[in-house]
Design a protein around this ligand. Structure first.
Ligand SMILES: *Cc1c(COP(=O)(O)O)cnc(C)c1O
Length: 402
């Protein structure tokens, strides 16, 4: 099945867990059994009718899917193209993260695991994980950098209210990368009863492929919704922001083998790609290994990880999923760097023109509109990965300067 996939689809993972030169499972021996157990059974479980039924029922009744595909007519007028927004911001808990979390919790139950651990940056993945653990009555421990605990206080409160234990990561820059290290350490110490839910298409194989499949519901819905609205299931462009790359992977997934659909990822340039304060892991990164995966990574010439910076905590990661490293190097997708200020401006533009306040992460995708030349006939789908409630503090600061 998988090797079949691979011969037909050059952009899907191969049987050894690689996308071209990227991916794999570079893990300590102590994690081998856990990762191997997952690798052996994730496809069989995910493709089973019982899993599919539970996953789709919960996506419909608990998450609120399908999310709308909304034709943004004011935005379309401004940019001279037909622009559609895939409204992942309308999911329960406010972002696409829960598509993955629901799937992985069902999978964990089928593996007989009753303790769930996760890492989180902005807290969106932590909230999504805590939410589904409450629903399924599973123990939940979320690792979070102590800097992020401070700057994302409302999400920390949400996780606690939902019954999760939030554990601060106090090493390094005390952000997402360090929280991930702590979660991996926990998993090594609790191999039998614990499932580690990674929140993006990163980490060792099979995580990137597993998470991409669980987010692929986004492009599956786009196809049928776009067909209903335009008579064609393929747009000319799909645009999504890229942190680890899971919402982009989900939005691209069913278009990867359609060369006429141009795929554009928006990375966080931070204060500028040459400023030293950036998170543009593809544009300024070099090939290296982070969290078990060979990918594009921001690093010094001697291989030390460079601390990332982005105004949006969800994009503040020094690496990127191996699928995107592969799409970048094969030029199947192109990646633009969007600065903090460009994202901020795009968020205010969407609020003013369409009455939608996006997450700062998603605003990076919206900012691509200004960077391209559009034709009237272009059909453009932008994945609006999340809503802006969690970013109000940053938006209030920007209002003060207006
Ligand atoms: C976490 C998050 C992201 C970044 O993660 P990806 O894996 O790159 O999708 C983007 N948007 C929102 C709203 C998020 O919460």
């Amino acid at each position: 099945m998988q090797s079949d996939n691979n011969t037909i689809h050059p952009f899907h993972v191969d049987p050894s867990g690689f996308y071209g030169d990227f991916g794999g499972a570079f893990i300590p021996e102590m994690l081998f059994n856990n990762v191997e157990e997952l690798r052996k059974c994730y496809l069989e479980i995910i493709e089973s009718p019982a899993f599919q039924k539970e996953y789709h029922n919960l996506l419909r009744d608990f998450v609120g899917r399908p999310t709308p595909l909304y034709e943004a007519t004011n935005l379309s007028k401004r940019y001279g193209a037909r622009i559609f927004l895939k409204r992942e911001d309308l999911n329960h808990t406010g972002a696409h993260k829960i598509n993955n979390t629901i799937g992985q919790v069902i999978l964990a139950k089928k593996l007989g695991k009753h303790r769930i651990i996760a890492e989180t940056g902005a807290g969106q993945h932590g909230v999504a994980t805590a939410t589904v653990c409450a629903l399924m009555q599973l123990e939940c421990i979320v690792y979070m950098g102590s800097v992020d605990i401070e700057r994302q206080a409302p999400n920390v409160a949400r996780m606690r209210m939902l019954g999760a234990k939030v554990v601060p990561a106090t090493s390094g820059s005390q952000t997402l990368k360090d929280a991930t290290n702590e979660a991996i350490r926990d998993w090594i110490n609790n191999p039998d009863d614990t499932h580690y839910i990674i929140g993006s298409v990163v980490g060792p194989h099979p995580y990137p492929d597993m998470v991409a499949r669980l987010q692929a519901i986004i492009s599956e819905e786009i196809k049928s919704q776009l067909f209903a609205k335009t008579g064609n299931e393929n747009p000319d462009f799909v645009i999504a922001c890229v942190g680890g790359g899971s919402n982009a992977a989900g939005a691209f997934y069913h278009f990867l083998d359609q060369p006429n659909v141009k795929l554009i990822g928006a990375e966080a340039a931070g204060e500028g790609i040459y400023s030293g304060k950036t998170a543009a892991s593809l544009v300024v990164g070099k090939t290296g290994i982070i969290h078990g995966s060979m990918t594009s990574l921001m690093q010094t010439p001697d291989g030390q990880i460079i601390e990332p910076h982005s105004i949006s905590a969800g994009l503040d990661y020094p690496g990127v999923g191996p699928l995107h490293a592969h799409l970048y190097h094969t030029k199947r997708a192109s990646y633009l760097s969007i600065s903090d200020q460009e994202a901020m401006d795009a968020a205010f533009e969407l609020a003013g023109l369409e009455g939608i306040i996006p997450a700062l992460e998603s605003a990076h995708a919206l900012a691509v509109l200004k960077k391209m030349k559009w034709k009237k006939s272009d059909i453009v789908v932008i994945n609006l990965s999340g809503r802006g409630d969690k970013d109000l503090a940053a938006y209030m600061k920007n209002l003060e300067t207006k």
